[in-house]
Ligand binder design. Structure first.
Ligand code: ATP
Length: 323
């Protein structure tokens, strides 16, 4: 069997707060609790969760922008070494939410496209020109765009350029961080279609981060739900929002699709995330959960298979009658 495209083992991140006192570091914000997860080759894994649940921190560790506090990242069976950022760049690339501001405004598109070909693959001028021409053809961009600057493009064109830049590195895993949220609805579908075509054509693996549950459900094979830095549910895209096992996922699904609306909670229950500086001892969702009992305050529930490969971290997983 092939090694998974991506294997995370106990990957976590704590941001230290304040200076070290008497040689000891102060308290920290635990942004991502240890995550253990395989992403098979060719899969699109959707990652959802409300603001502050750790999506960006997780994604930034995966592309080498942040050092993990614990754990390892393996790509196609090979451990990534943080000391060699170029190794990350060739294997895994980030496509940003805001395509225009993620491209260097002082560089032409040609310069932007050439950088990974030169730095990561040592290509000469002729090789770079040939490769850029092939990539532009793949993403349906005209070569006359190459001598223009990022601000001259619409959001949809700029996102195609962002995707083209990620392809130039020849990475086979793309982290798509809200890749269509900043685009008009009519353009969103074009970019999503392009991503689907590229995946089929090039055998790519995607991690698709979004607040838009309908988009995530449509594009993903599996979905991971993050809450307060932990994966609390993981299952097939068709099951996670339609037959959630974790009460948080049900809350998330019931709160959609109104973007930006505060999540609702049963009367008398908390609506806020716990304080990251003073994390609760047991399940982080228990103050918001209508099913919480004593056991929920003892220790965080482990992420376990609740049937047919559908995982949830909950002592009282929902059954069909509760959905
Ligand atoms: N550099 C940092 N220093 C300290 N705390 C941080 C830092 N970056 C993120 N955090 C904290 O880590 C937690 C997770 O943040 P993160 O940005 O990963 O969440 P997110 O799910 O991506 O949110 P959003 O959807 O708003 O981007 C939050 O409590 C945040 O305040």
């Amino acid at each position: 069997m092939n090694a998974p495209a991506l294997r995370l083992t106990d990957l976590s991140k704590t941001f230290p707060l304040g200076r070290k006192m008497f040689g000891k570091s102060g308290p920290g914000v635990r942004a991502v609790h240890p995550v253990t997860l395989d992403v098979p080759q060719g899969e699109t894994l959707g990652i959802v969760g409300e603001s502050g649940c750790g999506k960006s921190t997780l994604a930034r560790m995966l592309v080498g922008l942040l050092d993990p506090t614990t754990g390892t990242i393996e790509i196609e069976g090979e451990a990534l070494d943080n000391a060699d950022p170029a190794l990350f760049g060739k294997r895994i690339q980030y496509v940003f939410q805001d395509p225009i501001s993620s491209l260097n405004p002082r560089k032409t598109i040609r310069q932007i496209m050439e950088a990974p070909l030169k730095l990561l693959h040592g290509m000469n001028r002729a090789e770079r020109a040939k490769r850029i021409s092939e990539i532009f053809d793949t993403v349906s961009l005209r070569e006359e765009f190459l001598d223009r600057y990022p601000h001259e493009f619409s959001g949809g064109q700029a996102q195609r350029i962002g995707i083209a830049r990620a392809l130039a590195a020849q990475a086979r895993i793309l982290i798509l961080d809200e890749p269509v949220s900043a685009l008009d609805v009519s353009v969103q579908a074009q970019v999503l279609n392009l991503l689907a075509d590229l995946k089929a054509q090039l055998g790519l693996t995607y991690l698709f981060i979004s607040h838009d549950l309908a988009v995530v459900e449509a594009v993903s094979d599996r979905i991971a739900v993050l809450y307060f830095g932990s994966v609390v549910e993981l299952g097939r895209a068709e099951d996670v929002f339609r037959a959630p096992r974790h009460p948080y996922t049900r809350l998330l699904a019931n709160s959609a699709p109104v973007v930006g609306r505060a999540l609702t909670a049963p009367e008398g229950r908390e609506t806020e995330l716990p304080d990251p500086l003073d994390p609760p001892k047991g399940c982080a969702f228990r103050a918001r959960c209508p099913f919480a009992t004593e056991i929920c305050g003892t220790a965080p529930p482990p992420l376990e298979d609740k049937g047919s490969g559908h995982l949830a971290a909950c002592y009282h997983p929902l059954d069909a009658a509760q959905i």
